[in-house]
Design a binder for this molecule. Structure first.
Ligand code: ATP
Length: 138
């Protein structure tokens, strides 16, 4: 089986109307957090900083200490089964403006419950619930 490793961020902004969370629309149609493949020699957090920059143009990212959770899934690529693991961190940015790359079709900043509904996959929804369960004020 092919093994794939990515790292990503549940990226949020503090707004006067509460926290909002960033979701991206992937080319295959699903909505998920910012993430991307880990390149050789990179730490998970280095991958996240690079992917956030490349996929959104956002450069000021502050990790929230203590939140690190893994999501796992399988998918088919060219008829072959891929096992994928994605390590996610929780992170804050003061930047609202997003410039998505050609790798995505759209983005949205949503309040916690709306983001939870918008996420396509159960694994991503369960990850987001862990943010609340960890005691973090959403
Ligand atoms: P990356 O952002 O890590 O570079 P990618 O854009 O290459 O990833 P994924 O978002 O992992 O790819 O999507 C690859 C395939 O896996 C797609 O067919 C997608 O629908 C499916 N997929 C993505 N996330 C999940 C998930 N949480 N559970 C199940 N299937 C998923």
């Amino acid at each position: 089986m092919i093994e794939e490793r990515s790292a990503g961020a549940i990226l949020y902004r503090n707004t006067p109307h509460g926290r909002t969370y960033l979701l991206l629309n992937y080319p295959s149609g699903h909505w998920d957090f910012v993430k991307g493949n880990i390149e050789k020699g990179e730490s998970f957090k280095e991958t996240v900083l690079r992917e956030v920059r490349e996929e959104t143009g956002i450069t000021d990212v502050n990790f929230v200490n203590g939140f690190e959770n893994k999501v796992e899934y399988h998918y088919q690529r060219d008829g072959k089964l891929v096992h994928k693991e994605v390590v996610f961190f929780l992170a804050e940015t003061p930047t609202e403006e997003v410039r998505i790359s050609h790798e995505h079709q759209g983005f949205v900043w949503l309040r916690f419950d709306d983001a939870l509904q918008k996420l396509t996959y159960k694994t991503a929804q369960n990850l987001m619930k862990k943010v609340r369960e960890s005691g973090f004020q959403t």
